[in-house]
Design a protein around this ligand. Structure first.
Ligand code: NAD
Length: 507
């Protein structure tokens, strides 16, 4: 362990008082009716970060009714796209003005490094700006060739009231992949952040008021999935649910929403492979593998948690990744030098370790790490950078989402074999290919069952590039033009010009 790069407790000041979060319903900040609250302790420091109103079904009901009323009033859904865009642009500016305070609480609630939180909060402003631009692009089609007496028009309209349910791993970023797009389309919303990371969502509520968003257009309810989230997926007044989280909960939501046939968009888990051919730029590939597995402590839907390496270079790549892993700075998230922070809960830390123990029992070999990490001066939960070689496709660690800093190394001999291993998964979120041969890259890209395929890079993303999963990684798409269109309903108009049609009823 001493050969790792560990950043011990920093001298950064911790908050003396917790951030107080309340529900935001119909334009008002509200406590839960009986004043119930719940607390969040930071996973790295054990400090009391936030105290939030503990929502119940009655709070979700009030929020849904407020969103429905606001939608039906037309105060947001029927104003010009330009007017909506101006509000979203103001929100983007306000996010940028509040990066420091939002990044600090994001880091304390999630355990992610402060530099990463700053990038995520400031980067989210760009999502709001992109969505603002899209607000002015909504248009349907016209059909002028149906005959002299007929004009057909296809309108795009906001889908209505949207429930937005988000996870703990990228609280503000994922909210910003959904909310500004729903708002740009003219929808109204009820938002439920993860119970573990509610505070940046609440802070955003404050900014929405400052930006002039009408009351009831965005409503925020804090609390647990069973108490608050389930009504958001079953209520008659909700038209669509957009959810990011685990595949297990995604299936529950899909089943619950089917009773009222709501539209459901799901962004779920992944078991994402990077495939490396012998002609690849090995230095860049090894660096991207190291980034892909440790970014956000591996608690990332896009975690590059398995690599599929040509057997001729498997030892070389493994050794390079092990050497690079030792240089990655794990430790106190509040130190700007830290690249990898804490694990979200002690239970999750135990789950990661169970996967590693099971893999070793099944015959995998630990090339690095393989256990909890002690960060001097901090009592929170951390896990060592871990590389496992000799992993075979049937092992759980090769198939299931570990959600930790644990890399599995598998090998292949031919392109067909690499593609078969890539697609031998219930998930289909993202995949990567490393080769200097364009034909190899293109064939892999076409045959990989994944919503995103990165070529000679990993995890590059842009607001313009639509994101989402195949197979059990999800349904529907997020961001980009296609993500925006998820929030639009289509209406067809058939318009007769003049009284040219013979009556159906004969005299
Ligand atoms: P989770 O599924 O446990 O919880 C996500 C949200 O759902 C939380 O707000 C939770 O309170 C709520 N919820 C729980 N039960 C519910 C129910 N019955 N009805 C309605 N809401 C309910 O996920 P998590 O642990 O917060 O996040 C980690 C998971 O998210 C991982 O599987 C990861 O891969 C996935 N994820 C996917 C993407 C993507 O874009 N594909 C991005 C980030 C995270």
């Amino acid at each position: 362990m001493t050969e790792l790069t560990i950043i011990s407790a920093s001298s950064a000041a911790l908050p003396r008082e917790p951030f107080l979060g309340r529900h935001f319903i119909g334009g008002e900040w509200r406590d839960s009716p009986a004043g119930e609250t719940y607390d969040r302790l930071s996973p790295a420091h054990g400090v009391h970060v936030s105290r939030s109103a503990l929502g119940a079904a009655s709070d979700a009901e009030a929020a849904i009714v407020a969103a429905r009323k606001a939608f039906d009033s037309g105060v947001w859904s029927r104003i010009p796209g330009k007017a909506r865009a101006l509000v979203l642009l103001r929100v983007a500016d306000l996010i940028e003005e509040n990066v420091e305070r939002m990044a600090l609480i994001e880091t304390l609630e999630t355990g992610k490094p402060i530099t990463q939180s700053r990038n995520e909060v400031s980067g989210a402003a760009d999502l709001w700006r992109y969505a603002a631009a899209l607000a002015r692009t909504v248009h349907g089609d016209s059909h002028n060739t149906l005959g002299d007496d007929m004009l057909g028009i296809v309108l795009k309209e906001p889908i209505g009231v949207v429930s937005i349910i988000t996870p703990w791993n990228f609280p503000f970023w994922i909210l910003s992949q959904k909310l500004p797009f729903a708002l740009a389309a003219g929808c109204t919303t009820v938002v439920k952040p993860s119970e573990m990371t509610p505070s940046t969502t609440v802070m955003l509520g404050e900014l929405l008021v400052e930006a002039g968003l009408p009351a009831g257009v965005v409503n925020i309810v804090l609390g647990y999935g069973g108490d608050v989230g389930s009504l958001m997926t079953t209520h008659d007044a909700v038209d669509m649910v957009t959810f990011t989280g685990s595949t297990l909960v995604g299936k529950t939501i899909s089943a619950a929403a089917s009773k009222t046939l709501k539209k459901v968009a799901l962004e779920l888990g992944g078991k994402n492979p990077q495939v490396i051919f012998p002609d690849a730029d090995i230095e860049s590939a090894a660096d991207a593998v190291t980034f892909g597995i440790y970014f956000n402590t591996g608690q990332c839907c896009n975690s590059g948690s398995r690599i599929i390496v040509h057997e001729d270079i498997a030892d070389e790549i493994t050794e390079r990744v092990v050497a690079l892993s030792k240089k990655v700075a794990f430790g106190d998230p509040l130190d700007p030098k830290t690249q990898v922070g804490a694990i979200i809960t002690t239970q999750h830390q135990g789950k990661i370790d169970d996967y590693v123990r099971a893999a070793v029992a099944a015959g995998a070999e630990i090339a690095l790490g393989g256990g909890p990490l002690v960060v001097p001066g901090l009592g929170g939960q951390f896990y060592q950078p871990t590389v496992l070689r000799g992993v075979t496709p049937e092992m759980a660690i090769a198939r299931e989402e570990v959600f930790g800093p644990v890399l599995s190394v598998l090998t292949f001999r031919t392109l067909d074999e690499a593609i078969a291993l890539t697609n031998d998964a219930t998930y289909g979120l993202s995949a990567g290919i490393w080769s200097e041969n364009v034909h190899t890259c293109l064939e892999f890209c076409r045959r990989a069952q994944a919503g995103t395929v990165w070529t000679n890079t990993w995890m590059d993303g842009f607001p313009e590039l639509t994101f989402g999963g195949m197979k059990q990684s999800g349904a529907g798409r997020e961001i980009g033009k296609y993500g925006f269109e998820e929030f639009l309903e289509i209406k067809t108009l058939a318009m007769r010009v003049g009284r040219t049609r013979d009556n159906w009823v004969r005299d």
